[in-house]
Design a protein. Structure first.
Length: 446
């Protein structure tokens, strides 16, 4: 490390061996990470957790019936506080409807609300799932609570739940009855798995990804040490990624692979090109609606593992004083169209996501106001073979892109809206034709 402008960060990750009853939800193969600083002292993983006992709460003793509406939930009271709702288990049995076997569930949300004094309060967790096989499914949550109760709901987005329920249990069930959400003595088959919070330890015994971050590193050599606490099924491969400021501050526009991507695939930057473009030129060629642009047209080509997601980053500055999510990152196509990346609400390495960080690598939320005097990193994620990859060859990702600010309320023909644009043109053509005939008829009258 030569500078302290950016933190030193070391991240260790591995794919753990499938869990067993003995592991109790903990790690089967457990690796440890620590970092030796230039002064010889050690730093241990941030927020390391020890394995706590798992309390499973299930208020259902039998099956009294089936609920066919779109929303069902259960009010849970943890056995002790503070506690973390680790996961929920839901029983969605296979059903036969109109002689058709329904053995999967399409489009549903898992939602968690805080409950105080028997009244549903604010939503504190929501995650959408596109598909699940019917049966008993367990889904992760990770919500902490220090008091009160939690209401765990499953909401079908396109079809009824067909969820079983048990009757007569202290108004713990929650259903949509007569169009109104209300508590009920009928309890749907939803169970909750709570863990008791425990103090941090030097080494993590729960997670298979751990990190050490030093915000103001000393100049000198940092050494990351990886050791095995327990390897029940070996050998255990792992990935270790280290990053930090080793030299000068970031150069605006310089494209590179993102060193902070966890479990990043093997990748090699084949080429990178910068082209300065005006908003007017981009709007004319690609159909964008930029008022201003804040980066060059940045093109890169990356060789990577087939079907993997790679992320790149480059520095940008002189950004307007707007919320980060108000900016538009556009993917540009050779055929003169474009598609917008989506600003992520967290560091989400999915195809078509992008976000900003400061030079220390700290995530900038979509509602955070930007400063024109600050240099940021722009990070974007692209999947090989996905819609944001301009190269059809497997294992090679190409992605010309540009950052700008679009005019308010702008609209126009864009990728994904071709049909609407064609219909609009056809309608205008038809109206124009009728108008011409009307004029012609009036001239004949005179």
């Amino acid at each position: 490390m030569k500078e302290d402008e950016k933190p030193f960060k070391a991240t260790l990750g591995w794919t753990d061996y499938p869990g067993s009853e003995v592991s109790g939800g903990g790690l089967v193969n457990d690796l440890d990470l620590r970092v030796r600083k230039p002064d010889g002292t050690y730093v241990y993983p941030d927020g390391a957790r020890n394995l706590s006992s798992l309390d499973k709460i299930d208020y259902c003793n039998d099956t009294s019936g089936r609920y066919d509406q779109s929303l069902a939930g259960v009010r849970f009271t943890p056995l002790k506080y503070p506690a973390t709702l680790d996961s929920v288990s839901i029983n969605l049995p296979e059903v036969i409807i109109d002689d058709t076997l329904i053995d999967f569930m399409l489009g549903f949300n898992i939602i968690v609300y805080k409950v105080s004094g028997g009244t549903v309060q604010q939503e504190i967790f929501c995650k959408k799932y596109n598909y699940a096989d019917r049966g008993r499914i367990t889904l992760p949550v990770g919500v902490s609570v220090t008091e009160d109760e939690l209401l765990v709901c499953i909401e079908g987005l396109s079809e009824p739940l067909y969820i079983s329920y048990s009757s007569g249990n202290d108004s713990r069930g929650f259903f949509k009855i007569g169009g109104t959400d209300q508590f009920s003595n009928n309890v749907p088959h939803i169970a909750a798995n709570f863990r008791t919070e425990v103090p941090a330890t030097d080494y993590d015994r729960v997670n298979n990804t751990v990190s050490v971050q030093i915000n103001k590193p000393q100049s000198g050599t940092y050494t990351a040490e990886v050791s095995a606490h327990n390897i029940a099924h070996g050998p255990q491969p792992y990935a270790l990624i280290m990053s930090g400021m080793n030299g000068e501050a970031p150069t605006v526009g310089e494209i590179g692979l993102n060193p902070d991507q966890p479990n990043a695939p093997a990748a090699t930057m084949l080429s990178r090109i910068h082209q300065s473009q005006t908003a007017e030129s981009l709007n004319s060629v690609y159909g964008t609606k930029f008022e201003n642009v804040y980066s060059d047209k940045s093109e890169f080509s990356i060789q990577t593992e087939e079907d993997s997601v790679v992320s790149v980053r480059y520095a940008v500055s002189g950004l307007p004083e707007v919320n980060a999510g108000d900016l538009d990152l556009s993917k540009l196509y050779e055929n003169g169209t474009h598609i917008e990346f989506e600003y992520s609400s967290l560091e989400d390495y999915q195809d078509g996501k992008w976000w900003l960080t400061d030079v220390t690598g700290t995530f900038v939320s979509p509602v955070e106001k930007l400063s024109p005097d600050t240099t940021y990193y722009l990070v974007s994620a692209v999947k090989d073979g996905g819609p944001y990859d301009a190269n059809e060859d497997p294992g090679v990702v190409d992605d010309p892109q540009v950052l700008g600010l679009s005019s308010s309320g702008a609209s126009g023909c864009n990728i994904g809206t071709d049909v609407d644009c064609i219909l609009s043109v056809m309608l205008l053509t038809a109206l124009f034709s009728v108008w011409i005939r009307w004029l012609s008829a009036r001239r004949k009258q005179f």
